[in-house]
Structures are given as structure tokens and as C-alpha cells.
Design a protein around this ligand. Structure first.
Ligand code: GLN
Length: 380
């Protein structure tokens, strides 16, 4: 394996899902729903295939989808974007992240992350030869330590890569935090790459896109996807929205990474994004019920449960059970209890910082969640 990837192992999500299968454990690890996406979206994909929408799509997206993405972004943020010049369709948000980083970051550029961070950020930044710095969001509220963030910005800082609602903590960036990040970026001429795939899973406060703050659109790439919102994580439809001078970099990388994204799925995605608001409301209601089952169950089992405002994840402190670290705890949980969670130390530059923390997901049907919490209550 190339040197730049030597330190990365099989992703923790794959490792834990394999263990779930091996031990027949209930998988509250990797974030994928164990229920299906909506009929109207699946039907739209079948129809698109039957209608012969099966050859290469236009590189930056089929026109219907670019327009649907622009319309949803305007509805959500009030910003009118040009669907042809400012929207790029990618193969999932993971590719949007990769195309953004590879298209806009030079070797040696510094990029700041908020730890714990989603694992692909660090690996992709390494592929681009970026220098990674990170500021840690700490429990109980995972708020942004602004002075620490400021102290990391240097003349070589090219971008801040952020994520709200935040995986794995469930933290949502507040307006005050976003304003402070925005001022810092404007003063120091820093870009923002903002991963907002959980924007429709915002329970405790409203989601705010940093691109919507004054002076920020021109320096922000906003990334999102279909997978979480429509419970279709296997479809891998994502996108990046950015002003033309940044879109140029994103598209250059995208053109040579994947060239284009699955054509029929893009047509179905445009149908999905044209859904009425009631779809999102129902999704949120369903997830709030699931979240309550998991959170109450984890508390009853004896975990210290940190508040999660958005995403379908909850972070807990496992130390009441006396195991030495997050990895040891997750192993015990799989083998002795039959439940899978995600150890979080891989999401920090310094793994020590995650040793007390474990992430559970509640994107499972209620029966599965109930069985999992019952096992934990009985056996932990
Ligand atoms: N985003 C999902 C999670 O955080 C996992 C995606 C993956 O397996 N790479 O659980």
C-alpha cells in the first residue's frame, strides 16, 4: 500500500459490521438503516431504468438533479445558486469530500478538522498531501473551543473541514459558533468545506448552513447527500454546492475520480428531492421515537449519555463498566452482550482522547433498538 495510506486500517465501520455478523450481534455500529427507503423513490429508479436512462450521465450531474438540488438549497438557506455552474453531483458525499479536497488543496496546505472527525476526512487529506491539524470537541456538550481553534490558524491554513450536525457526537454547531468560525475564515482568507449530510436529522435546534452567513458563500463548499435523508445509503448520490471559482476545482477532481455518477439513480434522486415537506417531518418524528428508545435504554443500562441534537448517533461514556478503553469495551459488548457500537479513538489524531467514548446509532427499527437495550440492561 502507498505510504500515504499506510497508517489507515480497514475502516472501523467495516470492521465492526463484520464482527456483528461473525458474533450474531445487534448492529448499532455502522450508520445504515435496517429499513428501506420510500417507495416513491424506489419506483422512480425502476422507471428511470425502464425509460433507458442508462448511459453515462453528464459529468457534473443530470440537469433535473442539479435543478432539484439548487431548489432545495434555496428553500433551506435562502441562497439562490446556479444549478449549472454551482452544483456538482458526486458518488455520495464521500466523493464530494474527496473531490473538494483533491480539487482545492495543495500538498503542504494546512486543513483544520474538528475531532472526533469522520474517518474519510483524515485519509483523503493524506492522499492530497495536506497537513492536518485538529481541535477537539469535548463532552459533555462538544462545544467549539474558539481560542484553541484560533491558535491553529496560520498563514498556511487553506481550509476548515467541518460537519454539522456532527458525526459521531450528534453536536450541532450553534449560530454563535458558526459566526465565530466565519469571522476567522474571512479575516484569514480560509475556505470552509461543510459536510451537512445529517441536516434533515436536526432534533433539538435548527440546522444552519455556514454558507448562509454574510460573506461565506464565496468561500464555502457545502456538501450533502441522499443517503441519510432517504434511508438509501447504498445509492451513493451526493453533491457539492460552491461558487464557480471553487466548483471548478471540485469538478476537475470529480471528472478524473469517477467522471459521472449512476444515471438512473440521479433521476430518482431528483424525484426524492422534490418531495413535500411532510416527508421530512415524518422522518424526523420517526427518528425522535427511535432516539428516545435508545437514549432511555442506554441510561437505564448505566452509561453516561451525552446529549445529541442531530444525526442518528448518540455518544456515551462507557467507563462506569470498568473496561480499559473504547476498543476493549466494544469487544466486550459484542462478545458478552451481543451488541455492536463504534469505538471512537480512531476519530482523533491522538487516540487517547477517544478512549472513554463509544458511539451508538439509532437508525434501526424500534424492535431492534428495544432488543439491543434489553440485552445491555440485562448483561452489562
Ligand atoms: N457514515 C456511516 C457512519 O458513520 C458509515 C459510512 C461507512 O461505513 N463508511 O456510521
Amino acid at each position: 500500500v502507498a505510504k500515504r495510506l499506510e497508517k489507515f486500517k480497514t475502516t472501523i465501520f467495516t470492521q465492526m459490521s463484520m464482527l456483528a455478523i461473525k458474533h450474531g450481534a445487534i448492529n448499532l455500529g455502522q450508520g445504515f438503516p435496517n429499513f428501506d427507503g420510500p417507495e416513491f423513490v424506489k419506483e422512480a429508479a425502476i422507471q428511470a431504468i425502464k425509460d433507458g436512462k442508462n448511459q453515462y450521465a453528464r459529468g457534473y450531474g443530470v440537469p433535473d438533479l442539479n435543478s432539484a438540488i439548487a431548489a432545495r438549497f434555496e428553500k433551506d438557506t435562502g441562497i439562490r445558486v446556479n444549478a449549472e455552474k454551482e452544483v456538482t453531483v458526486t458518488s455520495g458525499c464521500t466523493e464530494a469530500i474527496a473531490a473538494t479536497i483533491l480539487g482545492l488543496i495543495n500538498p503542504g496546505d494546512e486543513v483544520i478538522l474538528f475531532a472526533p472527525f469522520y474517518d474519510s476526512y483524515e485519509a483523503t487529506l493524506s492522499m492530497a498531501g495536506a497537513k492536518i491539524k485538529s481541535v477537539t470537541l469535548r463532552p459533555p456538550d462538544f462545544s467549539v473551543p474558539l481560542d484553541e481553534l484560533k491558535s491553529l490558524v496560520s498563514k498556511n491554513t487553506r481550509a476548515i473541514l467541518m460537519n454539522t450536525p456532527h458525526n459521531p457526537t450528534g453536536k450541532m454547531f450553534t449560530r454563535e459558533e458558526l459566526n465565530a468560525i466565519a469571522s476567522l475564515c474571512i479575516e484569514n482568507d480560509v475556505l470552509v468545506f461543510s459536510d451537512e449530510v445529517y441536516d434533515k436529522l436536526a432534533f433539538e435546534m435548527d440546522h444552519i448552513s455556514i454558507a448562509s452567513l454574510p460573506g461565506m458563500f464565496e468561500r464555502t463548499v457545502t456538501m450533502n447527500s441522499l443517503g441519510k435523508t432517504f434511508s438509501l445509503t447504498g445509492w451513493k448520490i451526493g453533491w457539492a454546492i460552491a461558487p464557480p471559482h471553487l466548483t471548478w476545482g471540485v469538478r476537475q477532481a470529480h471528472s478524473y475520480l469517477t467522471f459521472a455518477t449512476s444515471t438512473p439513480m440521479q433521476y430518482a434522486a431528483s424525484t426524492a428531492l422534490s418531495c413535500p415537506d411532510s416527508y421530512y417531518e415524518e422522518l424526523k418524528r420517526d427518528y425522535m421515537a427511535k432516539k428516545a428508545i435508545l437514549v432511555d435504554g442506554l441510561k437505564a443500562a448505566g452509561f453516561i449519555v451525552y446529549p445529541s441534537s442531530g444525526t442518528y448517533f448518540v455518544m456515551v461514556d462507557h467507563t462506569p463498566f470498568g473496561l480499559e478503553n473504547d476498543v476493549a469495551f466494544c469487544e466486550y459488548l459484542i462478545k458478552e452482550v451481543g451488541v455492536v457500537a463504534i469505538p471512537t479513538s480512531v476519530f482523533y489524531l491522538n487516540p487517547e482522547e477517544g478512549k472513554n467514548l463509544v458511539r451508538f446509532t439509532f437508525c434501526k427499527d424500534e424492535e431492534t433498538l428495544r432488543s439491543a437495550v434489553e440485552r445491555m440492561r440485562e448483561k452489562l
